[in-house]
Design a binder for this molecule. Sequence first.
Ligand code: ZN
Length: 182
Amino acid sequence: MPRELRYYGDPALRKKAAPADAFDDDLAGLVNDLFEIMYREKGVGLAAPQLGESTRVFVVDVEDDDGRTKRAFVNPVITRREGEMVGEEGCLSIPGYREDVKRAASIEVEAKDETGRSFSLTAEGLLARAIQHELDHLDGILFVDRLSPIKRKLLEARLKKFEPPVPRKSPDRSSPKTRSTV
Ligand code: ZN
């Protein structure tokens, strides 16, 4: 069965994912699906639990002042966090909801790519935000969990009425803003 995007309310989004232990064709296929569905949904990041796979893998494709970062992160760990930034965030698994979320302004990440090669990178701005958002997905955390208690209550009241969109909706529903949806 082809992998599909999971939406708010799906238990797969709330599981703590297990590390990937083999850099094989299965992992390559998962990374491929992550990129494909991320592009189809016009996001800048997508994590394996969003496709129902409880594995510590996510992909990003972010373009900012520092250039373009398109890569898969396998078993990623944030090794340094500095500063704070507040900015609007959305999630492909919770379409239609966007809120300001506080994140570290600058981070350093260590991970492996899909071939098992280790790398580390430092990130700021949208890239840092996308990586922190995706890494949360690997721990079953959604951006709505990061809101202040009052905002979260208001959003949860709205989310009670959340209905997953009909699969394969026209891609035209996205506004330019969804380019920062992760
Ligand atoms: Zn998300």
